[in-house]
Ligand binder design. Structure first.
Ligand code: GDP
Length: 365
């Protein structure tokens, strides 16, 4: 934890995007803001809980949680939900793209193809709209930011995490998030964060670079930027319940030993993550436009066609041979573990049982 406490620039009960007009031209204020956030990571890591906590809204009122048996063969679905939030007269049209099923199936090699296809399709749509007649009313559905959820119980990034991030880092701004940070001690969070950042560097993964602030900015803002940069990957906790702690109503998780407060910077990086998202919303849009979309457009021009179409025909998954091999090995390992578990279960069912009278009973086979 940083020596100086992180100061939440917003009041409780506000997301904070009413400050966006300071970042952009007045024309966009009238129109409202369009922002698309994608959340990716294994199921159960708290993605929907976090998104609901971030925007103080229930984005998934009718969610279906699949059973384990459904998960084995499950393919990744892309669920886009759009909400319009208005805060102090400023409108935000927020689309959250969830990717249920990611990493669930036994064959994880294919799980990120639908995600890549979705990102490319949004670029393609924008490209077509831009070259069409009705250019003034284009809806921007391009993915401006991707929160990638990392499992806190692992020892850092898994091959799937590495392969996914490498496959999309030229297409979208990745913000790594360490999920369910309340399951780790402070020291464990620190160590795991360091390990993840080392891996990100070693594997050459390009995450969203938080912009440097200008030297003429005021000291508080510089300090905020420094703390946000140091917090990556943001260790978050999500909760949808409001709990009363010493007369204060807080969003938190109650345990027998105490309450984890989502919006307390001493407990987790939730507020830092939200501040990062809100204060850098315009930069995230600009990087999407100037870097990722331009890459797509250039590739499209060079190929004389649509990369989205190609990706959907399965010609490009953005992976190197070595990454593909790694994923294949991980799949094989998972299959072996499954087989072992089945054998173990079979053996257990045949194991002699001790009868209450001390006799041993065996099952006939
Ligand atoms: P998703 O499948 O990634 O969208 O995960 P959910 O948001 O549905 O959460 C899965 C489970 O984890 C639920 O029982 C949540 O209550 C719980 N959960 C969500 N966020 C956290 C967290 O930050 N810490 C802990 N310990 N549990 C969480």
């Amino acid at each position: 934890m940083d020596a100086r406490q992180f100061v939440n620039p917003e009041q409780a009960g506000y997301v904070g995007f009413a400050n966006l007009p300071n970042q952009v031209h007045r024309k966009s204020v009238k129109k409202g803001f369009e922002f698309t956030l994608m959340v990716v990571g294994e199921s159960g890591l708290g993605k929907s809980t976090l998104v609901n906590s971030l925007f103080l809204t229930d984005l998934y009122p009718e969610r279906h949680i699949p059973l384990a048996s459904e998960k084995i063969t499950q393919t990744v679905k892309i669920d886009a939900s759009t909400v319009e939030i208005e805060e102090r007269g400023v409108k935000l049209r927020l689309t959250v793209v969830d990717t249920p099923g990611f990493g669930d199936s036994l064959n994880s090699t294919d799980c990120f193809k639908p995600v890549i296809r979705y990102i490319d399709e949004q670029f393609e749509r924008y490209l077509q709209d831009e070259s069409g007649l009705n250019r003034r009313h284009i809806i921007d559905n391009r993915v401006h930011c991707c929160f990638y959820f990392i499992n806190p119980s692992g020892h850092g990034l898994k091959p799937l995490d590495v392969a996914f991030m490498k496959a999309v880092h030229h297409k979208v701004n990745i913000v790594p998030v360490l999920a369910k940070a309340d399951t780790l001690t402070k020291l464990e969070v620190q160590n795991l964060k360091r390990r993840i950042m080392d891996q990100i560097e070693d594997y050459g993964i390009k995450i969203y670079p938080l912009p440097d602030c200008d030297s003429d900015e005021d000291e508080d803002y510089k300090e905020q930027c420094r703390q946000l940069k140091n917090a990556v990957p943001f260790a978050v906790v999500g909760a949808n319940s409001i709990i009363e702690v010493k007369g204060r109503k807080v969003r938190g998780r109650m345990y027998p030993w105490g309450v984890v407060e989502v919006e307390n910077p001493e407990h987790c990086d939730f507020i830092k993550l939200r501040t990062m998202l809100i204060t850098h919303m315009q930069d995230l849009q600009e990087v999407t436009q100037e870097t990722h979309y331009e890459n797509y457009r250039a590739e499209n021009l060079a190929n004389g066609g649509s990369p989205a179409g190609k990706a959907s025909r399965g010609q490009s998954d953005g992976l190197s041979q070595r990454e593909r091999e790694l994923l294949q090995k991980e799949d094989e390992l998972r299959k072996m573990q499954e087989k072992l578990a089945r054998m173990q279960a079979e053996m257990d069912s045949k194991r002699p049982e001790v009868q209450p009278n001390g006799n041993i009973k065996t099952h006939n086979v």
